[in-house]
Design a protein around this ligand. Structure first.
Ligand SMILES: NC(=O)c1ccc[n+]([C@@H]2O[C@H](COP(=O)([O-])OP(=O)(O)OC[C@H]3O[C@@H](n4cnc5c(N)ncnc54)[C@H](OP(=O)(O)O)[C@@H]3O)[C@@H](O)[C@H]2O)c1
Length: 253
């Protein structure tokens, strides 16, 4: 089956597309003939991406200033969307490296507000519209291997991503009746802006040695799983948590 072809003509909104994995997913969708909308706070970076996608022949590419922690911003993004949505990719996320005892509550709140509340708020907006319009839809939550296991110094992030996994299951159950599928893609460690500094450090280098496949992921390692969840190739697949991690989640204890 050609997974990429199953994305052709679909309208996909990718949050957090101003860098890293979100930017990669937006390019991937455009390359496979999807209509792409991208949202993030750094509008200028999105405008550059959209210009690049259009130049490369994207069917449609549009940028939206979006802060997933702000309900008004989310509503205005959905109201402004040029066409009905088919797929929402909840990719926006923040990581914060500090031990639990050194983490001010405000920092904990900001990680939860983006990574969990943001996913909830975006998903409920999308699903309510799909239900009211009688349209099917797909949600892809970008979770993490830290949804399922823990690592030191990133507790708020791990807590938020574990909750995203459970939200994926809970929302899949509630929305299956409306034809809305909700799945989670759980990347292992992939080098982007969010973690480049860490992987250059001695603890980061040690962690790479603990990945059974002995290397960091590359964004394109996620492509096949992403296309499966974002398109319509797997219409009976919902509530799934799909790790793509070089075997990190099955590393020996
Ligand atoms: N890289 C990895 O190894 C890895 C592994 C597992 C999971 N993930 C997950 O993958 C996703 C992307 O991460 P990344 O590695 O690509 O990091 P990144 O390069 O730092 O990208 C994060 C994106 O989230 C956006 N964002 C942050 N707060 C936002 C807000 N309030 N509203 C809207 N957008 C917001 C940022 O855009 P603005 O600043 O412009 O708003 C940025 O585009 C995250 O959910 C992350 O947890 C990454």
């Amino acid at each position: 089956m050609d997974l990429g072809a199953r994305l052709k003509g679909r309208h996909v909104l990718v949050t957090g597309a101003s860098s890293g994995l979100g930017e990669h997913f937006a390019r991937l969708c455009a390359r496979h003939g999807a209509r792409v909308s991208v949202g993030a706070r750094r509008r200028e970076k999105l405008d550059l991406l959209v210009a690049e996608l259009r130049e490369a022949g994207a069917l449609e590419a549009r940028a939206y200033a979006l802060d997933v922690t702000d309900e008004a911003s989310i509503k205005s993004c959905f109201n402004d969307l040029a066409a009905p949505l088919d797929t929402l990719v909840n990719n926006a996320g923040v990581a914060l490296a500090s031990s639990a005892l050194d983490t001010p509550l405000a920092d904990f709140d900001s990680v939860i507000a983006t990574n969990l509340r943001g996913v909830w708020a975006m998903s409920t907006q999308a699903a309510a519209r799909w239900r009211d319009e009688g349209r099917e839809g797909a949600i892809v939550n970008i979770a993490s291997i830290l949804s399922a296991r823990v690592s030191g110094g990133v507790a708020p992030y791990a807590v938020s991503k574990a909750a995203v996994k459970q939200a994926t299951h809970a929302l899949a159950l509630e929305w299956a009746r409306y034809g809305v599928r909700v799945n989670a893609l759980a990347p292992g460690y992939i080098e982007t802006e969010i973690n480049a500094e860490f992987f250059a450090s001695p603890p980061g280098q040690a962690m790479i040695k603990r990945i059974p496949m002995r290397r960091l992921g590359r964004p394109e390692d996620l492509d096949a799983a992403f296309l499966l969840l974002a398109g319509d190739a797997a219409p009976w697949m919902t509530g799934a948590f799909v790790p793509v991690d070089g075997g990190h989640l099955v590393s020996g204890l």
